[in-house]
Design a protein around this ligand. Structure first.
Ligand code: PLP
Length: 391
């Protein structure tokens, strides 16, 4: 790396920097105010009040009708598992699950596991832009469908599904609707009061809170059994002493995300568009993956055909630029990601797909460095690639 101290971090869908204001809000709850929020004494009670404030802040960001609809968890993966398992446990007679081919492994691999254990799973496909066929969804939901789990926004492409419309279809069919909104919360406005979503997952480390904390929204009246069985914490809906400092951090991060959501959808989107437009113009045989309009404002997934994504990442890494090929969870394998395969992206393009994901900390100067340097990297790699010569 040319200069390790100057990292250009464009991998915010993998994880984000903890906001310094978030960290400051958490700090007193490690060594000073370390009481257990479930304790009867005043020392624990003040922690309980701060936990309640965090619950209110999370509820406010997603427009929940009541803070009591928020259950704190350890991460987005736990929220996804808790949502699906919690609903299945409370409706044991139903054995059908509807999901999509482009879900994060937290949902996809759980559904694969359930398919081997007595459940029947329908995985809906997507078109070349990564969009769902809503008529197929309508046909798929039956009286036996216990839950429909469809992500809000895709982690690899940023494609946003029409979740309010999807929720309305599922509710009309009489099933329960869960959405994995781990990539959407904090990046686009979400209002649970107007949506017919029953359960929603979110994760702290995708919105400038620390890693290892998440939340599950469960709409009042939804039939739900706890996934982690233990004490009476979280109104007996999730056993285990709460990760107090991180939950307080998540609350603060949600407050800051709400205050910054307009910036995210104007300035972050503007520099994301600049990056994407310039790379598509300057790098030969480059293509965008995913619907251009219905997308998170921070994400751009571009395929540089006839070049290996891993090679691009290594050379970007030498410049201090952090990006990702596919999702962080799928990189490490040379197989094109399940999302690229589901969209039918040709093999030669899927292999060279790079995800850039920005945040409110990304600057135009950083974007300009990538615009200046990356096209040359692609030309060099293509010249030495067995597929790329002459392209
Ligand atoms: N769902 C989506 C869409 C994600 O992008 C991720 C993480 O990348 C997760 C779930 C899992 O979240 P966590 O890392 O908090 O378990």
């Amino acid at each position: 790396m040319e200069n390790m101290s100057k990292v250009i971090y464009l991998d915010n869908n993998a994880t984000t920097k903890t906001d310094e204001e978030v960290f400051r809000e958490m700090e007193p709850y490690f060594c000073g105010l370390y009481g257990n929020p479930s304790s009867m004494h005043t020392f624990g009670g003040q922690v309980r009040r701060k936990l309640d404030e965090a619950r209110e802040r999370v509820a406010a960001l997603i427009g929940a009708a009541s803070p009591s609809e928020i259950i704190f968890t350890s991460c987005g993966s736990e929220s996804d598992n808790a949502a699906i398992m919690g609903v299945l446990k409370s409706s044991p007679g139903k054995k059908h699950i509807v999901t999509t081919k482009v879900e994060h492994p937290a949902v996809r691999n759980l559904c694969k596991h359930l398919a081997k254990n007595g459940y029947f799973v329908t995985e809906l496909g997507v078109d070349k832009d990564g969009m769902l066929d809503l008529d197929r969804l309508k046909e798929s939901v039956t009286d036996d469908t216990a839950i429909v789990s469809i992500m809000y926004a895709n982690n690899e492409t940023g494609v946003i599904f029409p979740i309010d419309e999807i929720a309305a279809i599922v509710k009309e069919k009489g099933s329960v609707f869960h959405t994995d909104a781990v990539q959407a919360v904090g990046k686009i406005p979400i209002d649970m009061k107007s949506a017919q979503i029953d359960l929603l997952s979110l994760s702290g480390h995708k919105l400038h809170a620390p890693k290892g904390v998440g939340a599950l929204y469960v709409k009042k009246g939804t039939k739900y059994s706890p996934f982690i069985i233990g004490g009476h914490q979280e109104h007996s809906r999730r056993g285990g002493t709460e990760n107090v400092p991180s939950i307080i951090g998540l609350g603060k991060a949600c407050e800051l995300a709400g205050a910054n959501i307009e910036y995210e959808n104007t300035e972050v989107k503007r520099i994301r568009d600049k990056l994407e437009d310039k790379l598509l113009e300057l790098a030969p045989n480059a293509r965008r993956n995913g619907n251009k309009e219905n997308r998170l404002p921070n994400t751009s997934n571009i395929s540089f055909e006839y070049v290996e994504g891993e090679a691009i990442l290594l050379l970007l890494n030498d410049l201090g630029v952090c990006a990702s090929s596919g999702s962080a969870c799928t990189s490490g394998s040379l197989e094109p990601s399940h999302v690229m395969r589901a969209m039918g992206v040709p093999f030669t393009a899927a292999h060279g797909s790079i995800r850039f994901s920005l945040s409110r900390y990304s600057t135009e100067e950083e974007i300009d460095v990538v615009i200046q340097r990356l096209p040359g990297i692609i030309t060099r790699l293509r010249a030495i690639s067995p597929f790329g010569r002459g392209k």
